[in-house]
Design a protein around this ligand. Structure first.
Ligand code: BTN
Length: 315
């Protein structure tokens, strides 16, 4: 093979593959020895190509630094920031200043927030973003955006990585490994409006992509933990936003039907913790107005609109 040609071909192979390629596979494909593959990879690395060696082979890591240019195709105002307290607040500012819609993405959040006033640890490598929109809905109807966002995230993860995830009520994205259930992503909805008119909503989405999971989050997992190699956050974020707008075209009942199909909460024993009470029982359904319907052991029916949901073996 001509000098340099092997390197070029190796780069082509790595470029066109979503998954890591083993030295053996590359060697066979190009008709060269594994040592030659190894030497060429070392030279490519020296030449500045970001090739990483994983347990499954070589992987060409694109420069995954986020810039608003990368999101042009979405056709919405996109702001990419290095570090910010929370993307929720930047999106809010923009919407207060009359933006019609905005996407705010940060490499890192110093005061990332989760549901129920919790902290959301947001180190580099994750996909942390907020989408501001002005939907024509009433305050009571806003719940639908949590469900739309959950569906948009699980579809993006499946399309980009092939990993199947599930939805835990009200809005956690869960990866199941045997009996273990780990949280891969979370959704936070903030709304500005009055009963009949919603001014704007901010949908905050946090996906553990390539970030290291802190020991403070034993229930969390990242895509990189599952695949053993990093993936492009750009692809994931773009796919989530596209899915979100597509799902937003569906009727409420179509969204709820899809949500139920992908839920791991329905049919399970649950404990819903609310500030003043706990509801324990069997998660039966989601009502048309977005509540989780729970049947207690005494057979009474409860409609639960918010709270912390624990899947538990109760009876
Ligand atoms: C949860 O599961 O509790 C919701 C987590 C939502 C986290 C995202 S990360 C981007 C956006 N900015 C924040 O401060 N929070 C949301």
């Amino acid at each position: 093979m001509k000098r340099g040609l092997a390197k070029e071909k190796i780069l082509d192979l790595l470029n066109s593959s979503k998954n890591p390629l083993s030295g053996e596979f590359i060697a066979k494909k190009l008709g060269i020895s594994r040592t030659a593959v190894w030497k060429n990879i070392q030279n490519l690395k020296k030449a500045g190509f970001n090739i990483i060696t994983t347990s499954k082979g070589y992987f060409l890591k694109d420069n995954d630094e986020l810039s608003s240019e990368d999101f042009k195709e979405l056709g919405i105002l996109t702001i990419c920031l290095k570090e910010v307290p929370s993307t929720m607040d930047v999106a809010k500012q923009k919407m207060e200043n009359e933006a019609d819609e905005v996407l705010v993405i940060a490499e890192k959040q110093t005061q990332g927030r989760g549901r129920l006033g919790r902290q959301w640890i947001s180190q580099e490598g994750g996909a942390w973003f907020s989408l501001g929109i002005r939907p024509k809905v009433t305050l009571k109807e806003c719940f639908i955006f949590t469900y739309i966002a959950g569906l948009a995230v699980i579809k993006a993860i499946l399309d980009v990585t092939g990993i199947q995830t599930f939805l835990k009520w009200p809005n956690d994205v869960i990866y199941k490994k045997g009996k273990e259930e780990k949280k891969l992503a979370g959704i936070l909805l903030e709304v500005k409006g009055e009963v009949d008119v919603v001014n704007y909503i901010i949908v905050g989405i946090g996906i553990n992509v390539n970030n290291a999971i802190s020991f403070l989050e034993p229930q969390a997992i990242s895509i990189k933990d599952i695949l053993k190699y990093p993936i492009s956050r750009k692809k994931i974020i773009k796919s989530v936003v596209k899915n979100f707008f597509q799902l937003n075209e569906l009727s409420f009942s179509e969204v709820l039907k899809l949500w139920k199909k992908n839920s791991i909460t329905l049919g399970r024993s649950v404990k819903i913790i609310q500030p003043n009470q706990e509801v324990i029982g069997l998660a039966l359904d989601i009502s048309e107005d977005g509540a989780l319907i729970v049947q207690s052991p005494e057979m009474s029916i409860h409609k639960v609109f918010s709270g912390d949901c624990i899947h538990a073996k109760i009876f």
